[in-house]
Design a protein around this ligand. Structure first.
Ligand code: ADP
Ligand code: MG
Length: 346
């Protein structure tokens, strides 16, 4: 983690508006954000939230309609054309669909960003081979993109993004087209590059697992705004926004379990959340005994967010003192939601 905080990316009240059919869309709505050197910062949100536009602001593909974008202490608006080109090279980018050139070999793909640099052919080749080694693909240097798996293609794209020794790597849904196992291997690679090279990584995703696996901090984005942000475990310990809760629920498969269980049309269904360093689910047994309730556990799961454990349980309670039992659970620090209410509300 970052010891001496040094801001490398600062957005100050950044706004991006687009015009469409004579009406104005605000894709990024007064976002202020500071990302420190060496940090892995994740932005999570559903499709259309404005994530890609935000990340395009960071790597200078998008000019803000208002507000400031400061990268490496340089205000984007103050740069002349040459400085701007230079600044862009210091930010690598990877995408969901890799964007490799199919008619060129893997080596040539990685060499491509170096073509404009003052390097001899041999130096360029050596640099590209070293990058392929870094992503553990040197043996595929002479292959073509079509011969590679999705995970291997993304490794090539990462090597290419690092060709100009960037300080920052931005990732726009880089693992969204990959299966879970391959996703994990790419995330582990990004984590290693963060540690080995001190690379600052900003990644956007709609998958909470990505945030959980490698991010230090997270911002939750909705309708152009960062509605909540902080250390991953802190945000998940005290989610302030419904949307944040939804992402947490996705990770522990609560939504699937809920829709399955709701079909059974049971009464007195409750969703319990245990949040802490350890989760003490024995409290449910205590409650059942104390209030002579039958507590039928229909679903239970535990997941880890950084140093935070989140446990969930779906319970069907029966007996005369259900309300007292629920109050007892709440007194013990368990978050309890009645499921029927939850459904009619949403
Ligand atoms: N070039 C553009 N022109 C017009 N509207 C755009 C453009 N780019 C994005 N938008 C709109 O801005 C909003 C945010 O888009 P985007 O940043 O791609 O969101 P996300 O990456 O979270 O799915 C959407 O409503 C999208 O349609
Ligand atoms: Mg997008």
């Amino acid at each position: 983690m970052v010891e001496n905080k040094q801001p490398v990316i600062e957005l100050q009240e950044a706004v991006v508006t687009f015009e469409r059919n004579k009406s104005e869309i605000t894709a990024v709505d007064h976002v202020s954000l500071t990302i420190d050197r060496g940090e892995i910062y994740g932005i999570i949100g559903y499709s259309g939230a404005g994530k890609s536009t935000l990340i395009r602001l960071i790597n200078h593909l998008q000019v803000p309609s208002a507000g400031k974008v400061i990268v490496n202490q340089q205000d984007l608006a103050d740069l002349d054309k040459q400085q701007f080109q230079q600044a862009r090279k210091k930010i690598g980018m990877i995408f969901q669909h890799f964007n490799l050139m199919n008619s060129r070999t893997i080596l040539n793909n990685v060499e491509f960003p170096l073509l404009g640099e003052k390097l001899s052919k041999t130096e360029r080749r050596e640099k590209a081979l070293a990058l392929l080694k870094l992503v553990e693909l040197e043996e595929l240097a002479d292959a073509f993109p079509d011969q590679l798996s999705g995970g291997q293609k993304q490794r090539v794209a990462i090597a290419r993004a690092l060709a100009n020794n960037p300080d920052i790597l931005v990732s726009d849904e880089a693992t969204s087209a990959l299966d879970p196992k391959t996703t994990l291997s790419i995330l582990k690679l990004l984590q290693r590059l963060n540690q080995q090279l001190g690379l600052t990584i900003v990644l956007i995703t709609h998958e909470i697992q990505v945030i959980q696996t490698i991010c230090h901090r997270v911002g939750v984005m909705e309708a152009g705004k960062i509605i909540e942000q902080g250390k991953v475990s802190e945000v998940f310990r005290h989610p302030k926004e419904r949307l944040t809760e939804e992402f947490i629920d996705t990770s522990i498969n609560v939504q699937d379990a809920l829709s399955r269980i709701q079909q059974k049309r049971l009464d007195n269904l409750f969703l319990l959340k245990f949040i802490g360093e350890t989760t003490n689910q024995a409290v449910v047994t205590e409650m059942a005994q104390k209030y002579a309730l039958s507590a039928n556990i229909l679903f239970a799961n535990v997941d880890q967010f950084d140093d935070l454990t989140v446990g969930v349980m779906i319970l069907a309670l029966n007996g005369p003192e259900v309300t007292a039992g629920v109050n007892y659970l709440r007194q013990q620090g368990v978050r309890v939601e009645e499921i029927a209410k939850r459904v009619t509300q949403s």
